[in-house]
Design a protein around this ligand. Structure first.
Ligand code: NAI
Length: 677
């Protein structure tokens, strides 16, 4: 027996109010069942001859998040996918053809299929609040809009605005959506219903983009425009890694003048992409992200006040981020200069992210410089981010434990000191957790939630809930050297330094990694993080793991060549940009460079799994994708191993060991993996 997802009420004026409330789900998504019921509901509404219809969401969480992405997992039959698209086309066409005015009333997120449905209505009215975001982000899943969205968005917004939005996957705030014609009216929440009603009664002419905006779609100009779009996209992604944006440009270039064929091409192309490897892997990444989010729902913990101790690079940015996300934050540092710098950086962040001067001021008011630590007593979360020194941290904990709230989270941002060593000074050692943020804090989504043997799991769950509250992704890891992300990254970075010392041009090493799909090459990454920081992490890890610190790295740090921050590292920097010379000849070919880099990363991944640093392959993949940017279209290191074949990858390690020695010795965990391929 299927459940009811749609409800309609017809009011005294004869307006049908169609509520979407997906049963058994906190979020509205368009599954096949939901679409079929919508079809029935539309037929029923039409039979009552209302004077108009308003679609709205009965969920507090937002309007419609899009199609039911989980139903696409493992989809391999493009015919099956195409028939789903065509079914959606029929239903949306039915909505579009209703003989009375229709309005989509949007509050909160309206994404993908949700936007496509809204576009089939005569008018869209959106709530003027920061939470309302509208867009077609399908490219991020390796596809493009497949429920008629390419045809209708171009018709409403003009080709360049619509293609720009679809190609980037950018989601628009209310004001931008209004400016581009995506929505007709933007009003405060209390006026939403009135605005929708007014559109139905007044039936103004539907918005059409001016001829200047439509010009790019003219058949004479389209080849040039698609050439320009192709060039712009090629600068950002490669077609063999991410085929969807290129396919979208071709689809538009070929069919823009023929809507009927364009709908058919949309269904065909999106089905082809959806069943391909890139989309399936990107959908996997999307579900992994959901899995991480779910880890934050194990506890009801909610913080109002945060106290951060140590206002340096990390603490300052953590405090600013928490204030940006609406929390009241006190920031303590023994150096007034550090505090001043942190507040200045926070101001820059708020201006960039919030834009509206009133919102910037409100965020500044929430961030309190607190040299004396007065905020400690009221804080629900205390995050320590002082120098990486056990004694200094323990002295601090001894002083604060008696005065902080008994149920407050006490967390450290340490990147290398074992938790059970730090917590020995506490009356309640089980309360200390690690909240390991990555640098730069505003860019890095992942936060490792570190626990030791004796940590109270419920406090770690509170920590994960807090990390979700500030819109980051929590990854539970065991307190072992380097935790997960730094540990897996380090052998890969070290291999890059070894390659460089063998005479391989840095630029070739970076190119090989970027061609594999990494967001930035390892040499540039090391320069960006700072060679001193890389050296200290490597030295730390070398005490317990089989890692040899490369001499050239040590020598560069000794000479004060620390990378981007000193203007010189493996590359020279001008105005913060690496000056990359033309690559000379290389003693190692590009394939071998890629293999050496990636095999070390994969081997360390297996070691982490065997040691239980994380509890599953999926969590490892999620951590490495969101913590390092590891090629998302490959679905994560473990997924990559299974796709390439465990046997094949193990064999490659063996031959690397024969050529380059013990550092390529396969971890004993390889034999425990199921033989897939
Ligand atoms: P930093 O040297 O930039 O900042 C440390 C700040 O703590 C300084 O402003 C100092 O004045 C202040 N401080 C030191 N002792 C204090 C005390 N007893 N009371 C109040 N303030 C005190 O250091 P950074 O890089 O921000 O690192 C902080 C922590 O974060 C370390 O544990 C580090 O391992 C960890 N971490 C660092 C990352 C990085 O990329 N820099 C990344 C992830 C974690």
């Amino acid at each position: 027996m299927s459940q009811q997802h749609w409800n309609t009420e017809i009011d005294d004026q004869g307006i049908a109010w169609l509520a979407f409330d997906k049963a058994d789900s906190a979020t509205n998504v368009l599954s096949e069942e939901v679409l079929e019921q919508l079809n029935t509901e539309l037929i029923s509404i039409a039979s009552h001859h209302p004077i108009g219809m308003v679609l709205y969401s009965a969920k507090r969480s937002g309007f419609i998040a899009g199609a039911d992405v989980k139903s696409f997992i493992g989809m391999s039959d493009s015919g099956e996918a195409e028939s789903l698209m065509l079914k959606a086309h029929d239903i949306f066409n039915r909505a579009e053809a209703l003989p009375f005015p229709t309005v989509a009333m949007i509050k909160g997120f309206c994404l993908g299929g949700g936007t496509e449905l809204a576009l089939a209505f005569n008018y869209r009215v959106a709530c003027d609040d920061p939470g309302t975001r509208i867009g077609l982000p399908e490219v991020k899943l390796g596809i493009f809009p497949g429920f008629g969205g390419t045809v209708r968005s171009i018709r409403r917004m003009g080709p360049m605005a619509a293609m720009g939005m679809m190609l980037s996957g950018r989601v628009l705030r209310g004001r931008a959506a209004k400016k581009t014609g995506l929505v007709d009216a933007l009003v405060p929440e209390r006026h939403l219903r009135r605005a929708a009603r007014q559109l139905i009664i007044e039936k103004p002419a539907e918005f059409a983009p001016p001829w200047t905006a439509r010009l790019a779609g003219h058949w004479l100009l389209r080849p040039l425009m698609s050439y320009i779009l192709n060039r712009q996209v090629s600068k950002k992604v490669r077609m063999d890694h991410y085929p969807a944006p290129f396919a979208l440009i071709n689809h538009w270039a070929e069919y823009a003048a023929e809507p009927v064929e364009m709908y058919a091409s949309e269904a065909r192309e999106v089905s082809r992409l959806l069943t391909g490897e890139t989309a399936q892997n990107l959908i996997r990444v999307f579900t992994l992200q959901d899995d991480l989010k779910a880890l934050g729902r194990k506890s009801e913990f909610h913080a109002d006040r945060v106290h951060v101790i140590g206002g340096g690079v990390m603490g300052g940015d953590i405090a600013a981020w928490c204030a940006l996300r609406g929390l009241t934050v006190s920031l303590q540092d023994m150096s007034i200069e550090s505090l001043g710098k942190a507040i200045k950086r926070a101001n820059t962040l708020f201006k960039r992210r919030l834009r509206d001067p009133r919102l910037v001021q409100a965020a500044m008011d929430r961030l309190i410089a607190d040299p004396r630590g007065s905020g400690l007593r009221q804080a629900d979360v205390i995050i320590e981010a002082i120098f990486e020194n056990t004694e200094a941290k323990q002295n601090l904990y001894r002083g604060i434990e008696p005065i902080i709230k008994p149920n407050a989270i006490l967390a450290t941002n340490t990147s290398s000191i074992p938790l059970d060593e730090l917590s020995t000074c506490l009356q309640r050692p089980e309360r200390l957790i690690g909240l390991h943020f990555f640098n730069p804090v505003p860019m890095m989504q992942l936060v490792e939630i570190v626990t030791a043997e004796n940590t109270d799991q419920s406090i770690a769950d509170d920590g994960a809930a807090f990390i979700r509250q500030i819109d980051r992704l929590p990854l539970p890891v065991r307190s072992t050297p380097g935790f997960l992300v730094n540990r897996i990254l380090m052998p890969y970075l070290i291999e890059a330094v070894i390659l460089e010392s063998e005479g391989v041009p840095a630029i070739l090493i970076d190119e090989a990694a970027v061609e594999f799909g990494m967001p930035m090459g390892p040499i540039e990454l090391a320069d960006t993080v700072g060679l001193d920081i890389c050296l200290s992490v490597a030295q730390n890890l070398s005490q317990t793991l089989d890692i040899t610190v490369p001499e050239p790295l040590r020598a560069m740090v000794d000479a004060g060549t620390l990378g981007k921050k000193t203007g010189s590292g493996f590359y020279q920097y001008k105005k913060g940009k690496a000056q990359k010379p033309r690559a000379g000849s290389s003693p190692v070919d590009k394939d071998s460079i890629t293999q050496r880099l990636i095999l070390r990363l994969l081997n360390e991944s297996i070691a982490c799994l065997r040691e239980g640093v994380v509890t599953s392959e999926d969590l490892l993949d999620a951590g490495i994708i969101f913590g390092t940017g590891f090629a998302p279209f490959r679905g994560g290191p473990m997924h990559y191993i299974h796709q390439a074949g465990v046997e094949e990858v193990s064999q490659s390690l063996k031959s690397m060991k024969n050529r380059y020695g013990e550092r390529f010795e396969a971890d004993s965990g390889w034999v425990e993996l199921p033989r897939t391929g």
